[in-house]
Design a protein around this ligand. Structure first.
Ligand code: FAD
Length: 388
């Protein structure tokens, strides 16, 4: 771990970001994808990727205060986040449960953005109730043969690798019959069908596996022993980017305040009162994120309190965009190509995009259940796997 003083680190990072920034964000989705990926490689090649990762796999292994400074500087510089969901969710799981060979094989290329990872957990009949999943992996010699369907797989159309949950035991075994398998997205028998979301984008997709052969060596953890990995993975999913989100919304809120001031809306005491509420919310987001990072550093896991952070961020971003569209009046409802659209309709797009925030990574109701049972110690919900 570094002994560099945090302010010296912040200055060095800020200088790097000024000198090597990725340039303007392309509008075309394919160009934007290539731009994001190239930026991830630049960070990696200069030793500025993976703030919490071990150095052995290309990470920075930064202490707490440095990780906070890292996320703040990146948000301030307006650089893109990582591609896919591998870095925030799969990587911590593989770092904890993978073999040395698996870590060497998968982690550096994921961190550099050379291979994009996507999460294949949810199925048409298994979202909140993940132990009900039915995609099967049948053992045949050195391989598993995987058949089934996943849904809502973010970034699937861009993915090179899926980290998935598959059924290796009986359906009746629920969470005791699940394994964690890494599947090559380009293998024969894999089909990806993009789904359109409210904003018109195609970020998520359905994924079909039809007799896909996956080497047994690509299973992480024991056969039928995937459930502990799921808990680690879901904790990190809920924690992922909490500090980055806090830094991002600090900047977004300031930008909204400037816009409302310019348009004279901030003079309205009711508008000013709402803005004060969001100022408080963004500070709470930062404290929650700090707690999450310190839990990871102390215990290796974000723990169930990451659900508090996730719930707060998702409710905050929905309310903020709803308020922004309201406060902008009719102009706030114009689409990005309409004359008179405000800031290329970013607030309207944000309003539509964040409708799904309280569903992804576990619905708001599931986060509330986790907080009730695992943080507050209230009685366990019958039918769901026990915590611990
Ligand atoms: C933007 C977005 C991105 C996503 N990305 C991915 C991804 O990359 N990979 C992936 O695997 N999945 C992904 N998902 C899927 C997501 O994890 C599921 O949608 C989510 O877990 C809910 O599952 P479901 O859609 O099957 O709804 P259900 O589980 O069927 O829930 C329906 C309703 O019932 C409520 N409910 C269900 N069970 C309970 C309970 N026990 N107590 C109280 N209320 C309950 C829910 O809160 C919800 O309101 C994504 C979803 C979205 C919206």
């Amino acid at each position: 771990m570094t002994t560099e003083p945090v302010e010296a680190f912040r200055a060095r990072l800020s200088e790097f970001l000024t000198g090597h920034g990725p340039g303007p964000r392309p509008r075309d989705p394919d160009e934007r994808f290539a731009w994001t990926r190239a930026w991830q490689a630049t960070l990696f090649d200069h030793g500025f990727a993976g703030p919490g990762w071990p150095e052995a796999y290309g990470g920075m292994d930064l202490p707490f205060a440095h990780q906070v400074a890292y996320q703040e500087e990146l948000a301030r510089a307006r650089v893109p986040g990582p591609v896919g969901t591998g870095l925030g969710i799969a990587a911590p799981t593989i770092i904890k449960f993978g073999t040395d060979e698996q870590k060497r094989r998968w982690l550096p290329s994921m961190l550099r953005g050379d291979r994009v990872w996507a999460q294949g957990y949810s199925e048409p009949g298994a979202g909140s109730d993940l132990p009900g999943l039915r995609t099967t992996a049948r053992r045949e010699g050195p391989d598993y043969v995987v058949t089934g369907q996943k849904v809502w797989t973010s970034h699937a159309a861009r993915a090179d690798v899926f980290f998935t949950l598959v059924r290796t035991g009986a359906v009746a075994d629920r969470q005791r019959g699940i394994s964690y398998l890494i599947i090559d997205a380009h293998a024969p028998g894999v089909e990806v069908r993009p789904l359109r979301d409210l904003t018109g984008g195609h970020v998520f997709a359905e994924v079909f596996f039809d007799g896909v052969r996956v080497p047994v060596a690509d299973r992480v953890g024991e056969e039928n022993g995937g459930w502990p990995l799921v808990r680690t993975s879901l904790g990190h999913e809920r924690a992922a980017g909490a500090m980055n989100q806090a830094a991002l919304y600090r900047r977004v809120l300031t930008e909204l305040e400037e816009l409302l001031r310019e348009r004279g809306a901030l003079a309205d005491p009711l508008v000013a009162d709402r803005v004060a509420g969001f100022e408080i919310g963004v500070r709470i987001m930062r404290y929650n994120a700090q707690r999450t990072i310190s839990d990871i550093l102390a215990h290796g896991e974000p723990g169930p309190a990451s659900s508090i952070s996730r719930l707060h961020i998702t409710a905050f971003e929905q309310e903020l965009h709803e308020f922004a569209v309201d406060a902008l009046g009719p102009a706030g409802l114009l689409g990005r190509n309409s004359p008179g659209a405000v800031q290329r309709a970013r607030w309207l797009t944000g309003f539509l995009r964040t409708r799904a925030s309280t569903i992804g990574a576990g619905t708001a109701e599931i986060q509330l259940n986790t907080i009730a049972e695992q943080v507050l110690g209230l009685p366990h919900e019958p039918g769901m796997p026990a915590a611990g």
